[in-house]
Design a protein around this ligand. Sequence first.
Ligand SMILES: Nc1ncnc2c1ncn2[C@@H]1O[C@H](COP(=O)(O)OP(=O)(O)OP(=O)(O)O)[C@@H](O)[C@H]1O
Length: 267
Amino acid sequence: MTAVVEVENVTRVFAAARSSVTALDDVSLSVAPGEFVSLIGPSGCGKSTLLRLIADLDEPTSGTVSVFGKTARRARLDQDYGIAFQQAGLLPWRTVAANIGLPLELHKVPASARKSRVAELLALVGLEEFAGHYPDQLSGGMQQRVAIARALAEKPRLLLMDEPFGALDEMTRERMQTELVRLCAETGAAVVFVTHSIPEAVFLSDRVVVMTPRPGRVTRVIEVRLGPASDRGERLRESADFYATVTAVREALHGDGASLPVGVETR
Ligand SMILES: Nc1ncnc2c1ncn2[C@@H]1O[C@H](COP(=O)(O)OP(=O)(O)OP(=O)(O)O)[C@@H](O)[C@H]1O
């Protein structure tokens, strides 16, 4: 089975006149179809750099990145995935509805199908009343929700998301997490998801990849065994298994994995 994302021995050095930063050092990562993988680690450990390399917004100093078995460049040109990054990246001259519908327009989806899909997405992110607004009339969190709706517009087989829920209030954030899990289960989409939140990573993921900075490396990979995505509802957040996995990720982040709870595997 072809991996959706294959990162092999990737190093990214940002060279400057006096010093250079090794943002990623010999990082490898493989994401299977339908798999949800979160990248977590302290600020500056290279999470965003890794995602940018996968999205072909930057190039590795050495090593290779492939997406759906193609070069990262080819996959970007073919628009094989949806992207939702920290900055919403909306087009200011387009309304909310027109921003969300943009990928559908680019792929020449007929107007009637486009309209109904945009209505569905507006409901999903709770912005039905703002369809005709422009981005600068929305709060940061609302803009972020528009960007997420746009990323989901074409039910992509891969989503690349960098702190997409960072600007949201806690209630909306949890709702969006539940929706994202449900959508991925429905569409079979794989996701590479950057976050600073341990509970968020655990709730969403099949695997949590723990990174450390200077140089940016993958130090641990924690398999999350919390049952199928379709069962990940609100009750999961209060379960003992959930807490145990959160603890395991926290310990891995602090470099203390000596006593892992039962049922949590690392490799
Ligand atoms: N364009 C760039 N030029 C120079 N250095 C860069 C560039 N982009 C990233 N870096 C450096 O690479 C390292 C990794 O940065 P990156 O943004 O990937 O980290 P991160 O884990 O996503 O951090 P955060 O959690 O704060 O968003 C940092 O030391 C950063 O300063």
